[in-house]
Design a binder for this molecule. Structure first.
Ligand code: RM4
Ligand code: MN
Ligand code: MN
Length: 395
């Protein structure tokens, strides 16, 4: 692909950043307060707009409810719009209240299940008010011990709960169902893998799609193969990008294993360019989202780096000489084929991305621009003095 085509495609890549990545978060050992970290959803949106302004590639923000609860969601939508942003995926939080000790949709207590379903329905209302087109569901449901609960019964409850939720979805809102093989439950989780999520989504209908969080697999899982399979089935709804060395580390995407991120984008671009209508349409509808918790690093800089790393991985994937690759593959030239993708991965795409940014009137190096902007110092001072606006801004 020549440079101008690469630029056109990378310019189209829009990555959603998560509100929770702008606030303080910690491990189970300690939360270190970051000077100037966003304290409420208004500040999170302010910070997200900085990321979007410097990268031109992060125009929407995902919310977690109730973490980002406000009194007036239409006002929140306007607040975001005034800063050049949209409200992205709404993530119902079904794991933080005491009643969810044994799960949410799969809880043995019908009253808790009802409450969980109602919370998701309330979140669908928030989608309508904020203009969000994605309801993103991750369940912390699972058990810690063999025998603790019936896997069969929980599976039935899960299907019933999801069906009730699905009937409330407006025609233009998609339900993305995330899977995770462990944590916080340590024996089983009710949606452990892409296969389970896919089966559930198929039963629900075409508005339900699988969400792949890159940190939610056992080590050594071939994530890009999952991506390719789901694309071919028209079942991939979106990503939660992050990077990991061990568990669900939620580090800056593309830092621990940039080669994996490249391999994922390679599968996406292959689907896009393929003659397979299902796969290419599915690829074009992917919701690219970041799901990270920044514990010890500057949260805004971490988000800018995340966006840049995704852009670089996509640009490298586009550098693959597809014709040469196919020739080597058909000949059975194992290392000849591998060399084609290796060469693309090793290409320094930064000058191309600089050209793209220059054309768009963006800073050539968004991280340096952020560092020089003085924004970090300013919010550290201002937010240190002022009070959080909570849910009721601007009253
Ligand atoms: C989970 C999962 C969800 C995220 C929560 C906070 O591990 O990745 O997507 O919303 O964490
Ligand atoms: Mn996630
Ligand atoms: Mn996670």
């Amino acid at each position: 692909m020549d440079e101008s085509d690469v630029i056109d495609r990378v310019r189209d890549l829009k990555i959603e950043t998560p509100s929770w990545g702008y606030g303080d978060s910690g491990t189970r050992f300690k939360t270190f307060p970051w000077p100037g970290a966003a304290r409420d959803v208004w500040e999170k949106i302010d910070d997200a707009s900085v990321v979007n302004r410097l990268t031109g590639a992060a125009p929407s923000v995902a919310l977690h409810i109730p973490w980002d609860r406000v009194d007036d969601y239409r006002q929140l939508r306007r607040y975001a719009q005034d800063r050049g942003l949209r409200i992205g995926a709404i993530n119902p939080n079904l794991f933080q209240e005491d009643c969810y000790r044994l799960g949410s949709l799969c809880n043995p207590d019908p009253a808790v299940r009802e409450k969980a379903i109602q919370h998701v329905i309330d979140c669908i209302e928030i989608c309508k008010k904020t203009g969000s087109k994605v309801l993103s569901l991750w369940l912390a449901d699972g058990t810690n011990y063999f025998g603790q609960d019936s896997l069969m019964r929980r599976r039935r409850l899960l299907e019933e709960g999801l069906e009730k939720i699905y009937t409330h979805l407006p025609g233009d809102v998609r339900l993305l169902l995330e899977y995770k093989f462990y944590e916080p439950a340590f024996y089983h989780t009710d949606v452990p893998d892409w296969g389970t999520s896919y089966i559930l989504c198929r039963k629900l209908g075409s508005k339900a799609k699988v969400l792949v969080d890159t940190g939610h697999h056992a080590l050594a899982t071939n994530v890009e193969q999952i991506v390719s399979t789901l694309l071919q089935e028209g079942a991939l709804g979106g990503f939660h990008f992050n990077s990991r060395n061990y568990g669900d580390d939620d580090l800056v995407v593309g830092t621990a294993d940039p080669f994996q991120l490249f391999r994922i984008f390679f599968q996406i671009t292959e689907a896009e360019m393929s003659g397979d209508a299902v796969a290419s349409n599915c690829a074009r509808e992917i919701a690219y989202m970041i799901d990270q918790s920044h514990v010890i690093e500057d949260k805004i800089e971490a988000m800018i780096l995340s966006v840049v790393n995704c852009q670089e991985a996509l640009a490298k994937a586009l550098m693959v000489d597809r014709d040469a690759l196919e020739r080597f593959q058909r000949k059975g030239d194992v290392l000849g084929a591998h060399e084609v993708v290796r060469k693309a991965f090793l290409t320094d795409v930064r000058p191309i991305l600089e050209d793209m940014r220059e054309e768009a009137g963006l800073p050539l190096d968004p991280i340096q621009a952020y560092r020089e902007s003085g924004y970090a110092g300013r919010i550290a001072k201002e937010r240190g003095r002022s009070k959080s606006r909570g849910s009721g801004y601007p009253e």
